[in-house]
Ligand binder design. Structure first.
Ligand code: PLP
Length: 434
């Protein structure tokens, strides 16, 4: 829960907006984002990283949450943006985001996606494997366009997070292996490619991390590689992108740190190493996604069925579920929640907050202390800003909810709620079935 969520007159407010009024106006489920919270996160990154350390850049990892209005907000804040698909790139392009500030990731970019990136002159492509390097070198040459590239490396570092969001381990599907026979020829090819400007390396150790050790360890590994590139090819690496992954508060058990806690450790490691080894200190980039938008989000649901199983458990079912928040089903993510219409009422015991999808695993919060809930109550689930809307699905032909951006007492619908007609708009019936 972010600090712009308050309780006034026994009702829940998100900034200056009454949660129940939002639920009534825009229907539930409803994603609500606090613009003030988001802007505070951007400011924290500016003051603790960008302004504290020279030659640094910060990119918003758009996979966490991406809409046209959000692209505008990122552009206004002056940040770079990481995209991982033609669709994310299209969203940025369509919102006139400056292409030189785009960093294009992805472990299996198609030729079409690479061509789109080259034609639109994106600022950086993070090459994930040697096949991609070959394809990109030829597309760039074909278009006679110089492209800045980095290599995503697999640093072989474990991070203390769920396996599905740990991405820096040696057996990860992401990135180029640091085995000599793989990485060294790839670097040589990149340096020699006439239309590729090889800037350096990128790693992302994982997500929802509270301890800077894995970032620092991966940084040290990348620095050793930078030194090898200098000694082997007399080539100066000018950029090191240390990814995102900075943890946020979902429940009271989370212990989030400031961004400076991570970035000071990363920057100090780089500064000291470069000075000691007479290396050019590379530009340092970070890529937070969840950190910027996660805590700012709240999802409002209306409660329907309540099923008490004597001496076992009570299910409280809401009008959404794994289709708007897949994270608990995907990797047992934990959330906290409150009744928005009776936030101060004493709890009547623990319930299992579940969705309405045809899966037993469609659970949003287990062991949730809640007052006695009845149909029509509105429940607010907190910290749903990241990887909820962006991971939403149409399973069971549920419509994807609206997204509202609140700013003080104003609420702006930035994504309209889908209609049933939207669900079938791409269906095609072949002639013999008409
Ligand atoms: C390459 C890369 N950068 C940044 C991020 C953002 O991670 P987070 O939202 O945890 O900050 C991710 C997440 O998967 C990623 O894969």
């Amino acid at each position: 829960m972010h600090q712009h969520i308050t309780i006034k007159d026994q009702q829940l407010f998100i900034e200056g907006c009454n949660a129940l009024t939002l639920a009534k106006t825009y229907k539930t489920p409803l994603y609500v984002l606090s613009e003030t919270t988001i802007r505070e996160k951007f400011r924290e990154i500016r003051t603790q990283f960008l302004e504290r350390h020279p030659n640094t850049i910060a990119a918003y990892a758009s996979k966490a949450f991406l809409t046209t209005a959000f692209v505008k907000l990122v552009a206004q804040e002056g940040f770079y943006m990481d995209v991982v698909s033609g669709g994310e790139l299209f969203t940025a392009l369509n919102a006139q985001f400056p292409m030189e500030r785009v960093i294009f990731h992805g472990n299996n970019k198609s030729k079409e996606e690479l061509e789109m990136a080259v034609v639109n002159k994106v600022g950086r492509i993070v090459v994930d494997n040697t096949t991609e390097l070959e394809i990109l070198a030829s597309i760039a040459e074909q278009h006679q366009t110089q492209m800045n590239i980095l290599f995503r490396i697999t640093p072989g570092v474990s991070s203390s997070t769920h396996d599905y969001i740990a991405t820096g381990k040696k057996d990860s599907k992401f990135g180029i292996s640091l085995d000599d026979f793989v990485i060294m020829p790839a670097i040589e090819d990149a340096i020699k490619a006439p239309f590729l400007n090889f800037l350096g390396f990128h790693f992302h150790v994982g997500s929802q991390i509270f301890d800077h050790n894995s970032h620092v360890m991966a940084t040290q590994i990348a620095l050793d590689l930078i030194k090898r590139v200098k000694t082997t090819y007399n080539y100066d690496i000018t950029e090191l992108n240390t990814g995102g992954g900075f943890g946020i508060k979902y429940t009271d058990t989370c212990t989030p740190q400031t961004i400076g806690y991570f970035t000071d450790a990363i920057v100090d490691t780089i500064d000291q190493y470069c000075e000691a080894n007479h290396l050019v200190r590379p530009r340092i980039c970070i890529e937070p996604g969840r950190f910027i938008v996660g805590e700012a989000g709240t999802t409002l649901y209306t409660i329907g069925a309540v099923k008490e199983i004597k001496d076992l458990k009570t299910y409280v079912a809401v009008d959404g579920g794994m289709t708007d928040n897949i994270r608990p089903a995907l990797y047992q993510a934990k959330y906290s929640a409150l009744l928005a219409n009776r936030p101060l009422e004493e709890t009547a015991g623990e319930v299992t907050l579940c969705g309405k999808c045809c899966e037993s695993g469609d659970l949003l919060v287990e062991h949730l202390p809640l007052p006695k809930a009845v149909a029509g109550d509105v429940v607010a689930v907190f910290s749903t800003g990241a990887y909820n809307y962006s991971m939403a699905s149409h399973y069971n032909k549920h419509v994807i909810p609206a997204v509202v951006l609140v700013s003080g007492e104003k609420a702006y619908e930035i994504v309209e709620r889908e209609t049933y007609a939207d669900l079938i708009k791409h269906d095609v019936v072949p002639p013999h079935l008409k």
